[in-house]
Design a protein around this ligand. Structure first.
Ligand SMILES: Cc1cc2nc3c(=O)[nH]c(=O)nc-3n(C[C@H](O)[C@H](O)[C@H](O)COP(=O)(O)O)c2cc1C
Ligand SMILES: [Mn+2]
Length: 487
């Protein structure tokens, strides 16, 4: 298994060699047509193949889409055999940090995977992302930027890595925030209110300054995933990417601003965000299955565009699930579960059900050892990073498989006394939560579907779950073939 792809092209090559990529040579339109094709492919069992559109009307640049749209491709993107390996590796990051001085030796016990000294990004003097430098002399309309859905407000850059620095500490952040194209040199910057980029923007606004921003379109796959990953504020996504890759991300200085970008990027936009220059953003057909309405977000002014001689434009489409981002979200669920368990050790497993579109529902199983523990778990979720936006938190006992929605429904419908087991809180919610009465604020529901004891106001003995005894099962197993009862 290839561990670290130098760049997007290497990943594309591997996808092709493993039969995970389809090249589309027919001419297609970036307006709606690519969405319709990608949508149909995403709905195929397991997520279909990655698509490389070689001929896109109006642009010389090919478009890569659905590159992350399957469990297999996600594991490949991270250079791992499967998501379990990725989970072990990311879970190990925390234990390694907590280990005494000889952690290298102990990390060896975990598979010898962890060498953080190799992880920090490294500045180099030149990189292919600056083979072409278009200082002022460019048009965003030369890029094959998609208009995704019929009622979208225009074209949107859907998978950009937005790089900014905290104006106080200088710490870097990389986040994927979509960008609504307003004209050839201006876009929106849709960093939702509580995201790290928005915090940089707010700190900059308070200083009455502008915030320099570099936008990378297309990079090695671990770096792209790092831009989506819910890392704590202040943790450099490029350090995290170096950790995932087992090799540092090489950076070059931007041409016109004081930021660095991955040297092997495909396309880079350099410019600034003026936090006081708010403009209508949207509508945009979103992963919640509806168009997010027009709201105010700051404008991004592009000053300079640099690129490889032959770049690939990396993009995605969101819409009713499952689409490509479902597999990114599942990867986050699997790989950050060990991290979550370190903070909430009662957690056994979790599931962001597809229909909950990540922020709207999480099902958690716990190893309950004391009364009201499910409530404690739910409240902890509501206090943790991006998980805090979760609108519905369902907590079940560890005997329930959280990935079996029928088993979860059986527990929820039958185990709850609604008045006792449903509880509400109010607080910040995801900007995309269109059901909330106002932007960014609303209510959240906890459902405690665990078995109840006396301390929890349950005066009776909790009934025993039905299960056949082993001896009878064995007897019937032996008899089964003769019964002619096969389905
Ligand atoms: C395809 C895709 C599009 C996204 N678009 C946005 C967006 O427009 N605005 C936003 O705030 N988050 C968006 N996200 C989620 C962020 O990338 C994610 O919350 C990330 O962790 C933010 O990084 P940060 O914690 O450094 O702010 C998107 C994620 C994906 C997978
Ligand atoms: Mn961040």
């Amino acid at each position: 298994m290839k561990r670290n792809y130098k760049n997007l092209s290497e990943f594309i090559r591997t996808l092709e060699e493993t039969g995970e990529l389809v090249r589309v040579s027919q001419a297609v339109d970036a307006e709606l047509e690519i969405t319709e094709i990608a949508d149909r492919v995403s709905k195929m069992p397991g997520g279909g193949k990655a698509l490389l559109f070689e001929k896109v009307k109006g642009s010389r640049i090919p478009v890569l889409i659905n590159a992350f749209g399957s469990t297999r491709r996600m594991a490949m993107a991270l250079g791992m055999k499967d998501l379990e390996e990725a989970a072990r590796r990311i879970g190990g990051l925390l234990s390694v940090q907590g280990m005494p001085k000889d952690w290298k030796g102990k990390a060896g016990l975990l598979g010898g995977l962890f060498d953080l000294s190799k992880a920090p990004p490294r500045l180099v003097s030149r990189g292919p992302c600056q083979e072409v430098v278009l200082d002022g002399n460019f048009r965003l309309s030369d890029l094959p930027i998609l208009k995704c859905w019929p009622h979208d407000g225009g074209r949107f850059i859907t998978l950009p890595l937005v790089i900014t620095k905290d104006p106080e500490s200088g710490q870097r952040n990389v986040g994927v925030y979509r960008m609504h194209v307003y004209d050839d040199k201006t876009t929106g910057m849709h960093w939702q209110t509580q995201k790290d980029g928005a915090i940089h923007s707010e700190k900059t606004r308070r200083r009455s300054q502008r915030l320099e921003a570099a936008v990378v379109i297309g990079a090695d796959p671990a770096t792209v995933f790092s831009g989506v990953a819910p890392l704590p504020y202040g943790l450099d996504e490029l350090l995290f990417s170096g950790f995932l890759r087992g090799a540092p991300v090489e950076l070059v200085r931007c041409k016109t601003i004081d930021l660095e970008v991955p040297a092997e990027s495909e396309i880079v936009l350099e410019g600034f965000v003026d936090p006081a220059d708010l403009r209508p953003e949207g509508p945009f057909g979103d992963h919640t299955g509806v168009y997010t309405p027009v709201e105010l977000f700051p404008a991004f002014h592009v000053r300079c565009m640099t690129m490889r001689k032959d770049p690939v434009y990396l993009t995605t489409v969101v819409g009713k699930p499952p689409m490509e981002d479902y597999y990114m979200g599942k990867t986050i669920e699997r790989t950050f579960l060990p991290v979550l368990k370190k903070q909430l050790p009662e957690i056994v497993d979790m599931n962001f059900p597809m229909e909950g579109t990540f922020n709207n529902a999480v099902i958690i199983s716990i190893d309950k050892t004391y009364p009201y523990q499910a409530r404690k778990t739910a409240h902890a979720i509501w206090g943790l990073g991006q998980l805090s936006f979760t609108k519905v938190v369902v907590v079940v006992d560890k005997s329930v498989d959280v990935h079996d929605l029928s088993a979860v429904a059986l527990a929820v419908f039958n185990n709850i006394d609604p008045k006792r087991d449903l509880f509400f809180v109010e607080g910040p919610v995801d900007t995309l939560n269109h059901a909330a009465p106002v932007r960014d604020f609303g209510s959240k529901l906890g459902i405690d579907a665990t078995n109840k004891g006396k301390e929890e106001g349950y005066a009776r003995a909790w009934p025993e779950e039905i299960a056949m005894d082993d001896a009878t099962k064995k007897k019937v197993d032996a008899l089964w073939g003769e019964l002619g009862l096969r389905a």
